[in-house]
Design a protein. Structure first.
Length: 132
């Protein structure tokens, strides 16, 4: 059963579990400041451990992935973030973001000296910005 729209500007909680103090949060912070998409991939690039607002992952080759969103962004000027690393070794790598449209963005994992892409366990990608 649908009840219609609920409109409000601030969320308030007593936080009784932790501090017994009232806390408030402006809803624009939730709307504009939280991740609109995120995904955790394993080393083969197509094994998604967990995700939010992610339809699919395309493996474009070694260390190069395209993440496709369920709900598009309002424009292509959002903040896309990528990171990767192998906690079992001392090797860590960085991810740069390539193609970026309202519906997809690429993540490329590079080794420490940034000379080649490679598949790395625990690759993450996330998007901050406005959903269409």
């Amino acid at each position: 059963m649908a009840f219609g729209n609920l409109k409000f500007d601030t969320l308030t909680t007593s936080d009784a579990k932790n501090t017994n103090t009232e806390k408030s949060l402006d809803t624009s912070y939730v709307f504009n400041g939280s991740a609109k998409q995120w995904v955790l991939l394993q080393s083969n690039g197509t094994s998604v451990t967990d995700s939010f607002n992610n339809t699919s992952v395309t493996d474009n080759g070694t260390g190069d992935y395209t993440l496709t969103r369920t709900n598009n962004m309002a424009n292509a000027t959002y903040c896309a973030i990528g990171s990767s690393g192998d906690p079992q070794t001392s090797h860590n790598a960085s991810s740069d973001v390539g193609v970026q449209t309202t519906s997809v963005h690429d993540i490329r994992c590079v080794n420490d000296d940034a000379t080649s892409t490679q598949d790395i366990p625990d690759t993450v990608g996330s998007v901050l910005g406005e959903v269409a």
